[in-house]
Design a protein around this ligand. Structure first.
Ligand code: ZN
Length: 173
């Protein structure tokens, strides 16, 4: 008979509190509709991982062209927005927008369930993108938005042209 069993069916305070904590954190937050289809679930998963296949492809394409940049960085320190690819000396900020989360005009369709929730969420995201663009422009940044569905080579061409046309910025905001 091991030590724990000898203590009887009751649990120590420590065990009880650990268990209580575990239960508390796993309670589903019912006000947030969870992924109602495999497609959405996959999108959410990718979002959490922070790296999507198009993102990786675009970065390596730019890298192959000899372009050097920062990844997942804030263009403006006191503005809590993170660009996916950043060219600090040229002050070019690239955002790779997922077709679902950013409401792509060609590919966004609200999921079958919780239509209202998703539609307003995506509308909010679009508004947020517009605010981000404006704020960064105000700070002298060139904002480039690339859709997830865009051809990697074409997107990289576009970025390369814009970056080289910018020249090196000598004064920082
Ligand atoms: Zn799209």
């Amino acid at each position: 008979m091991d030590k724990r069993r000898r203590m009887g069916p009751g649990k120590t305070n420590d065990q009880v509190s650990k268990r209580a904590w575990r239960v508390r954190v796993t309670v589903p937050r019912s006000y947030v509709p969870w992924a109602s289809s495999d497609a959405i679930h996959k999108t959410m998963q990718q979002c959490r991982d922070g790296r999507t296949a198009p993102e990786v492809a675009l970065r390596s394409n730019l890298h192959r062209r000899g372009m050097r940049f920062r990844v997942t960085a804030r263009p403006v320190l006191d503005f809590r927005r993170t660009a996916d690819i950043l060219f600090p000396r040229r002050r070019v900020a690239v955002f790779l927008d997922g077709c679902f989360w950013h409401g792509c005009p060609d590919h966004f369709t609200p999921p079958q369930t919780n239509v209202q929730y998703w539609t307003s969420k995506i509308q909010y995201n679009r508004l947020r993108d517009a605010t981000t663009n404006q704020r960064l422009r105000d700070h002298g940044w060139l904002v480039v938005r690339v859709w997830e569905h865009e051809d990697t080579e074409a997107a990289a061409d576009r970025i390369a042209v814009l970056v080289s046309a910018r020249g090196i910025m000598t004064c920082r905001p």
